[in-house]
Write a protein that binds this ligand. Structure first.
Ligand code: G4P
Length: 296
């Protein structure tokens, strides 16, 4: 995407102290689990990833769930699943709100966990369920997925005093329990293009950046990659204006966001575009491309 045009987005929400605390909590919980479910946003699998994850989880087996797949370009999601698999990380497209892909996710986590517990028993240990936890940046759908899995689970296992005090485990498959509190990872803010994609998809708080500017930049990307969707959704006629703010103005005009003197209320227009984009009304969109081999 175009990173030439810089804007003052996004503000930093995660201070080093917060990151350290989040990391410490994750590391503590990691000791309790055999498998990690890394939740990414299928629309931005790169930008929604925490680059420190590999370092934090070390050699703990990991499965990737590309959540919100209902909002992402299906062909690109397929390419992302293949990309992760080719790099030795099983992956699956998921829609946590409707439950699509969730069964397969559980299956993959179970497969990854099995060797661990089997080895333990073979070595004379007492048979126990494998344990997994969900990790991901805010708003990626961790709670939705846990609720889905908890709803599907037949039993919610009780606290296990002594071993896992104050931890709740949800039985999500035969021999596989899920920690009911997810690990909250912080997003990476350093790269402005990543920050923008996090803003477009609603991963970071709307209050901390200039929404009109951000929406204008989103419109420029949509104009470049999906112009027909803009034309259709907002019933735009003629050539689309190149500048995002002009495009936003044209959309506002079409939607009747006018104030006194026929001036377009850009704030109202911006809210319409963002809400509709995030709800998938502009069709399925993926903003991160699979890296080209050799270019990593
Ligand atoms: P978090 O725990 O990782 O912070 O995320 P959470 O589950 O709270 O989900 C954040 C938002 O993303 C919620 O929307 C949730 O409904 C939505 N979401 C989660 N998974 C999916 C998915 O697979 N597809 C789609 N389309 N949306 C998903 P919200 O607007 O904040 O809340 P609500 O309106 O659903 O109550």
């Amino acid at each position: 995407m175009d990173t030439e045009r810089k804007t003052d987005v996004p503000g930093i929400q995660w201070f080093p102290g917060h990151m350290k605390k989040a990391q410490r909590i994750i590391e503590e919980n990691l000791k309790l689990v055999d498998v990690v479910i890394e939740l990414l946003d299928a629309r931005i699998p790169l930008s929604s990833a925490n680059p420190m994850l590999a370092e934090i989880i070390q050699d703990k087996p990991r499965v990737v769930a590309l959540n919100k797949a209902d909002l992402a370009d299906p062909a690109k999601t397929k390419a992302w699943v293949a990309y992760f698999s080719a790099h030795g990380v099983p992956a699956v497209a998921v829609d946590a709100t409707k439950g699509r892909g969730v069964k397969r996710l559980v299956q993959l986590a179970e497969e990854l966990a099995r060797p661990k517990t089997e080895k333990f028993v073979k070595a004379g240990g007492k048979a126990r369920s494998a344990r997994c936890m969900i990790l991901g940046i805010p708003n990626v759908g961790k709670s939705s997925l846990i609720n889905r899995l908890a709803g599907a689970a037949i039993t919610k296992t009780a606290d296990k005093p002594g071993v896992t005090r104050a931890k709740q485990w949800i039985k999500i498959a035969k021999g596989l329990d899920l920690l009911d509190t997810p690990g909250i990872l912080w997003p990476k803010f350093e790269d402005p293009s990543v920050g923008l994609k996090l803003a477009f998809t609603g991963a970071i708080n709307d209050d901390i950046y200039d929404l009109e500017q951000v929406t204008a930049l989103l419109l420029e990307i949509l104009r470049r990659d999906y112009p027909e969707r803009l034309i259709e959704r907002f019933k735009l006629k003629g050539e689309l204006p190149k500048a995002g703010l002009e495009l936003l103005e044209a959309i506002g005009r079409k939607r009747g966001c006018l104030v006194k003197g026929g001036v377009v209320d850009l704030d109202k227009a911006q809210r319409i575009v963002m809400t509709e984009f995030r709800a998938g009304k502009l069709g399925t969109v993926t903003l991160d491309e699979v890296p080209e081999e050799g270019a990593e």
